[in-house]
Design a protein around this ligand. Structure first.
Ligand code: DGJ
Length: 735
């Protein structure tokens, strides 16, 4: 049996691998004929006695394992750890490898294993990391094709104290001839027919409607949750959770699966004929085909599995902590984020120095800490149809140039931020006139345009270098505290002039190129706060968090729709990564009118900013804004780095409620929102979570005192709201 000191062990007699800490256990077994079977993943097991063996049964049309005459042992029904094509397993394969003779038949058998202290670093990919070797162990199980020297390494990292397993896969080709990887998932998870996981939660959406929570029964057949847009996308985020149908926010089992990657992804779920569930997840095999020469290897991005036996809130918290503490990096990892004003919804492209100075002056008066100059400062950019690729300042648009505005902002005591969209090119640009071949397109075929822009072929080093040089010259000459890295279209025309026949590599090589450029810049400009963006939240994923401390959650700044977007986002991502701005009313995206209080209360549920023409505020609005900012400064640490709890879902009813609790449980912030008014309203109530039972908390506005237990069991009524779109923010401190 496992020595208590180790997180990972292998029992030679039972041939069981066990990864376990005080939270979780993961079990696998080398079965007959060296087939690697999955046994269990979930709540930690005090001791496993090797009794849950695969039940033998001869089933019609479920074939045998080659070289094993036992008709009752079949890969078609065996819960496996990692599958491929061609072993009479007719379920969704985790990998497909094509050989020179055209065959995709492989037969993976256990070859060897190793257990390492710590976690190996991946090259060129975002990843979960460790700070000390002692905090994790990694198991590498190598499967090998029965005939050829093609090896598949399955990597599993378990931390000492987190309910997570990090998985990835590495294929090594030593077969003496090139192979073509048509599919290589980062994980496969086979569940037996225990009925444990019968529903899947995904985060579908659209531009200005990101990460809407969808929860569906897993029924017979296949379901694919994917993006084919070259990004993790607005349309289907790269996160899923599998749950029991009775799982709630506070009870029941949940496994969150978070892909540490920002390009095309796919989660395939298949419920087979005997109600077993297979999940395969990784880079989308659509448009993917990778040539691997003999002697070379290919490493997939990682998947984070977060487990909870206490509902979805716990699953999210496990996930948030891992992303905050072991994926996010840099100076801002634990730093309170500045409250900024962004000029986009205030001016769009139509700004002058005078206008910007007036906004900066007002921002200073209100206590705002940073001014961000958005799109329109470069090339000859006055609308969205030109100049992408020309990262030099628009001569004459700003009276004293970019440096002038940056200096002005700094003189007023604010920080200065700037918008960029490095991956794109406009046909109307100097870059295009000089290098029309830099575009991602098939020569001789007109590529699809979107927002009047095209994608640069970032799979090519020389293309990245030209952009990098331009960006560095801006960053070296202007004092910049923050960069917003935008990306405003989906990828199309996946063709690279540099790849010859290997066009199936473009989408992934593009992503590797983007990551490489981001890595160069964040390494050389560590003082800068980097914010990711893709037309709002089109690239809000666990991969980007490795490079960019925060991301613009959505171009939709309507407070009511934001309640849903932020609620959905919180399922997978920490609040410290989620930016939220107060914008004008009526809202520019929906035309809805909401009070400044409602807009502020919702935006204070994330990293707060403002995005409206501050010079148009009335004196009363300025007073409210000043108070909001003061208030947020007090709450900021708890909101951005506390434990987040979802209490009432705006996807399910007329209310939304969430709260933040500081790690020492001394402070808590409660948000309450009611969407539509009624002349005969129900009495809405809420029960809080995460507080210290026996502690006494005082609510700041009313001075009312409560025990933690009272707030969490008896709860509170919502205020007697009058009118649509009403909110309240309550602040509790322990006394
Ligand atoms: C899309 C972003 O999400 C907006 O905030 C803004 O930066 C525009 N792009 C500018 O083009």
């Amino acid at each position: 049996m496992r020595s208590k000191k180790n997180l990972i062990s292998f029992d030679k007699k039972s041939r069981v691998f066990e990864l376990t800490n005080s939270e979780i256990t993961y079990l696998m077994k080398i079965e007959e004929s060296e087939v690697l079977a999955h046994i269990y993943f979930g709540k930690c097991v005090a001791g496993y006695g090797d009794k849950k063996n695969y039940p033998r049964r001869d089933r019609g049309f479920s074939g045998d394992v080659p070289l094993n005459a036992d008709r009752s042992f079949s890969k078609d029904t065996l819960p496996q750890e990692y599958s491929t094509n061609g072993e009479m397993d007719f379920r969704t394969p985790a990998s497909i490898i094509r050989r020179r003779n055209g065959s995709t038949l492989l037969d993976l058998r256990f070859d060897s294993y190793s257990i390492q202290q710590g976690k190996p670093r991946l090259t060129g990919l975002p990843q979960a990391y460790i700070l000390a070797e002692e905090e994790a162990e990694t198991l590498i199980i190598t499967l090998k094709d029965r005939e050829l020297a093609i090896y598949i390494d399955l990597l599993y990292t378990i931390y000492t104290d987190r309910a997570v397993i990090i998985r990835s896969v590495n294929v090594r080709n030593e077969s003496g001839e090139p192979i073509q990887i048509e599919k290589l998932a980062s994980l496969q998870l086979d569940f037996t027919n225990s009925g444990r996981f019968n529903e899947v939660i995904a985060l579908p959406g659209a531009h200005v409607q990101e990460r809407q929570i969808s929860r569906q029964a897993i029924t017979s057949g296949r379901k694919v949750i994917e993006s084919r847009r070259g990004t993790s996308s607005h349309h289907m985020n790269s996160f899923i959770a599998v749950v029991d149908k009775h799982t709630t926010e506070f009870t029941g089992e949940a496994i969150g699966i978070n892909f540490v990657y920002s390009g095309n992804h796919a989660f395939e779920l298949e419920k087979d004929a005997i109600d077993q569930l297979r999940i395969v997840g990784g880079i989308n095999s659509h448009l993917f085909s990778w040539k691997l020469a003999s002697g070379k290897s290919f490493q997939t991005p990682e998947m984070i599995l977060s487990y909870s036996a206490q509902g979805l809130n716990k699953m999210s918290q496990v996930n948030h902590r891992l992303l905050r503490e072991r994926v996010a990096r840099g100076r801002f990892q634990y730093k309170e984020r500045p409250i900024l004003v962004n000029n986009w919804e205030a001016t769009y492209f139509d700004f002058t120095s005078e206008k910007l100075h007036a906004i900066v002056d007002e921002a200073k008066e209100l206590g705002i800490e940073m001014f961000v100059l958005d799109d329109g400062w470069f090339g000859k950019r006055d609308s969205d149809n030109s100049s992408l690729g020309d990262w030099f300042e628009y001569q004459g648009k700003l009276k004293n140039g970019l440096k002038g505005i940056a200096d002005y902002v700094h003189q007023q005591g604010l920080q200065f931020g700037l918008w960029l969209e490095p991956e794109m090119i406009s046909i109307d640009s100097e870059l295009y006139r000089k290098h029309p071949d830099y575009l991602m397109q098939e020569p001789g075929r007109t590529p699809s345009s979107s927002r009047d822009q095209h994608v640069l072929d970032f799979s090519r080093e020389e293309v990245r270098q030209v952009i990098e040089k331009q960006l560095r010259s801006i960053l070296d000459t202007v004092e910049i505290d923050y960069i917003k890295w935008d990306m405003n279209r989906s990828l199309s025309d996946p063709f690279s002039a540099a790849l010859g026949e290997n066009q199936g590599e473009v989408m992934h090589r593009y992503m590797l190129g983007v990551y490489e450029l981001m890595e160069h810049l964040i390494a050389d400009y560590p003082e800068i706060l980097w914010e990711g963006c893709s037309g709002g939240g089109g690239r809000f994923d666990a991969g980007l968090i490795y490079y960019m401390s925060q991301s613009w959650t959505s171009d939709n700044t309507d407070a009511v729709e934001r309640m849903r977007i932020q609620y959905g986002t919180s399922l997978a991502y920490p609040v410290s990564a989620m930016t939220a701005h107060v914008s004008a009313s009526p809202n520019h995206q929906t035309g809805r009118e909401t009070s400044l209080k409602t807009r502020g209360d919702v935006a204070m549920g994330g990293v707060l900013g403002y995005e409206l023409d501050l010079t148009q505020l009335t004196e009363e609005e300025k007073r409210i804004t000043r108070l909001q900012i003061e208030h947020y400064r007090q709450l900021r640490q708890t909101v951005q780095y506390g434990e987040f709890y979802r209490l009432s879902s705006p996807f399910e009813g007329n209310t939304a409620a969430w709260m933040f609790v500081s790690p020492n449980k001394e402070e808590a912030v409660l948000f309450l929102g009611r969407i539509l008014a009624s002349a005969q309203p129900v009495f809405n109530e809420v029960r809080l979570a995460g507080l210290e039972e026996s502690a006494v908390y005082v609510e700041k506005k009313t001075g009312n005192k409560f025990s933690g237990s009272e707030l969490m069991t008896v709860g509170l009524y919502y205020p007697d709201f009058y009118g649509d779109f009403q909110t309240e923010l309550l602040y509790f401190t322990k006394i």
